[in-house]
Design a protein. Structure first.
Length: 450
């Protein structure tokens, strides 16, 4: 069979079964285009039908979360855990609490997580979970009550050597703490069943900063591969949460000029670049502020523009760090017109397929989130190892390990991409990341049999 017919057969099979799951199908389509030629060239992969097995989740757990709010009202939410693939280790991936959470979003995130975890080189499978619960405007007590009810359902499906969830959007150290407390009460076990915990009960230094810092460490490697560095580079960042703020902080420390932050309501623009003090203040305040960007403007840091995004701003490097499909084809063309030469994803799949194609067609460095934002799960893996040894390593050592892991991921992507480089020597990081991760996953699946 040809590459095209294999692609059409497998994608058609998935499209027929899951035609309403657009985010999941988008993630699968993006990866399939790159890995089908590798699949076709390996008889063991084809004999084991590895691609189809890798695309389908091993297990999808759905549950209803019924709970009583602090006002005495019964509320009902939906909960999921997608245990996508465990060939390389226990399922690992975050929990997201947001009204937009649905099965399609979680399947796409779990699928991506498998590739991301494989790139780290650590023994972790891929999973994702969450609920359509909206914590915005809720009291601390209501959030605690929901987290406890959510864990009462989830706890029977996870364990330190089975499935180790972490945080994601709207699930930070506070929520992890509430869930961990409930797990411990129900199971009478103090074990590394969640990552992102507080330092007082098994958490790790650098975990909070890891995704944003790791994104900048990867950006440094891309700059070096292109015979340049971050110093004086003009950087636009989308988002105003944990990843965006820590990425901005580390970029400024490396000498870059970060000129934007954004959220769903608008854009904060600072032409001379935010100061490290501005970002440090925002990191401390962003979880309690209704709109940290407006608060920053009031401190004299930039100008606020309602309903604007960063993609029309002149820059050297773009770091989309907000959410999936936030950067579209028109945005990509605007970035290219304004001189952008590198795009690295801090969020999961923030660039649409058309935006990705626009970047790659112009031969600029475009790095998918499965490679560039893997720092968070890498530190989660290091937290797991600390929990297993009942130890806690210093922030300095963990930051060095994070830098080393991100450099190793870059090398894996670069090695595969160089094999596929076009006549101009263009390095396609998307293909490099997808193929490097696929080889590791496929080899693990084949080695364990059908």
């Amino acid at each position: 069979m040809s590459d095209v017919s294999n692609f059409d057969e497998i994608y058609g099979f998935l499209n027929t079964k899951f035609e309403n799951e657009k985010e999941y199908l988008q993630a699968v389509h993006e990866v399939l285009e790159d890995i089908i030629p590798i699949y076709n060239a390996n008889s063991a992969y084809k004999q084991g039908d590895v691609v189809r097995r890798l695309c389908l989740p091993e297990r999808v757990i759905y549950f209803t979360v019924s709970w009583v709010s602090s006002e005495g009202n019964v509320e009902v939410n939906q909960g999921w855990r997608v245990q996508h693939n465990g060939a390389m280790g226990p399922y690992k991936g975050g929990l997201r609490f947001h009204p937009t959470v649905n099965l399609s979003v979680l399947k796409f995130l779990a699928f991506e997580q498998c590739f991301k975890n494989a790139l780290t080189g650590l023994p972790m499978g891929g999973g994702k979970g969450g609920s359509d619960f909206n914590p915005k405007g809720r009291s601390d007590r209501d959030i605690m009550l929901f987290c406890q009810a959510f864990m009462r359902e989830l706890q029977r499906h996870i364990g330190a050597n089975t499935d180790i969830p972490a945080g994601d959007i709207n699930v930070g150290a506070r929520e992890i703490g509430y869930m961990y407390g409930e797990y411990r009460r129900l199971n009478n076990k103090f074990e590394g069943v969640l990552t992102g915990k507080g330092l007082e009960f098994g958490g790790s230094y650098v975990r909070t900063e890891a995704t944003g810092f790791g994104l900048i460490y990867f950006t440094e490697s891309v700059c070096k591969a292109n015979d340049t560095d971050l110093n004086n580079k003009r950087v636009v960042v989308s988002g105003a949460g944990n990843v965006a703020l820590h990425a901005a902080q580390k970029a400024i420390q490396k000498g870059a000029r970060v000129v934007t932050l954004s959220n769903s309501r608008g854009l904060l623009f600072c032409d001379e670049g935010f100061s490290e003090a501005d970002i440090a203040w925002a990191i401390k305040q962003h979880t309690t502020s209704d709109n940290i960007l407006v608060a920053l403007e009031k401190r004299g840091a930039g100008v606020w523009f309602e309903k604007k995004t960063p993609w029309h701003i002149k820059c050297d490097i773009a770091l989309p760090c907000a959410t999936q499909n936030e950067l579209h084809e028109a945005d990509a063309k605007e970035l290219l017109k304004n001189g952008c030469t590198m795009v690295l994803e801090g969020a999961n799949m923030p660039c649409s397929i058309e935006a990705q194609e626009a970047f790659i067609s112009k031969n600029i460095a475009y790095v998918p989130g499965k490679a560039s934002n893997a720092g968070g799960v890498a530190l989660s893996g290091l937290e797991m190892s600390q929990n297993a040894m009942f130890s806690q390593r210093s922030a300095h050592i963990l930051d060095e390990e994070l830098q080393s892991i991100m450099q190793s991921i870059h090398e894996r992507c670069l090695e595969e991409a160089k094999l596929l480089a076009n006549r101009n020597g263009y390095i396609n990081y998307m293909k490099g990341a997808n193929i490097a991760a696929f080889r590791r996953l496929a080899d693990a699946i084949v080695a364990q049999g059908v």
